[in-house]
Design a protein around this ligand. Structure first.
Ligand code: MG
Length: 170
């Protein structure tokens, strides 16, 4: 069975939805999603770094549509690991664990890898939204479309625009 590494933020957790919600509630700013294309999260949201440090930011993140059904499918087919850079944000490891247990009770704690960097994690396939993670991975690379990566064309990646496409290619 192949080992599949699946990212959390931007693949399972809808970080953009969370950032857009805070930005609207606190500043009254309603970004058009197209205006965020091609910008890193830190460029797109001026106070984004502060937002992600807030308690409950990760714990209350909405799900990316289709990801629960998608993970259920992948969990039967692969040696599935959820790999997330979490230690940069002190609240996030606990919050991310709670979030995973709440939404994905079929994923056990041994399958969840919370780390500071992903280049030490081994696997056959990586599904991630960030080139910084995909680029040093040696196996098959699948980029999950998010506004920041929408213009990236890299022949070493396969692209999945949504969870339906993930299930079609994996
Ligand atoms: Mg991510």
């Amino acid at each position: 069975m192949k080992t599949l590494l699946v990212d959390m933020d931007g693949v399972l957790a809808d970080v953009y939805a969370q950032l857009l919600k805070i930005e609207y509630e606190e500043k009254g700013i309603k970004h058009k999603i197209e205006s965020l294309y091609g910008k890193m999260e830190s460029e797109a949201f001026e106070d984004g770094y502060a937002y992600v440090h807030r308690p409950r930011f990760f714990q209350t993140a909405p799900l990316i549509p289709g990801c629960v059904q998608g993970l259920r499918y992948l969990n039967d087919k692969y040696n599935l690991l959820i790999v997330s850079s979490a230690t940069e944000f002190p609240n996030s490891p606990t919050e991310k664990l709670k979030w995973m247990h709440k939404h994905f009770p079929f994923i056990n704690w041994k399958q969840i890898v919370l780390c500071g960097r992903k280049d030490v994690i081994k696997g056959d396939i990586m599904l991630d939204d960030h080139p910084k993670n995909l680029n040093y991975f040696e196996g098959r690379k699948i980029i999950f479309t998010q506004p920041h990566n929408i213009y990236i064309q890299n022949p070493s990646y396969e692209r999945a625009n949504n969870w339906e496409e993930v299930m079609n290619i994996l």
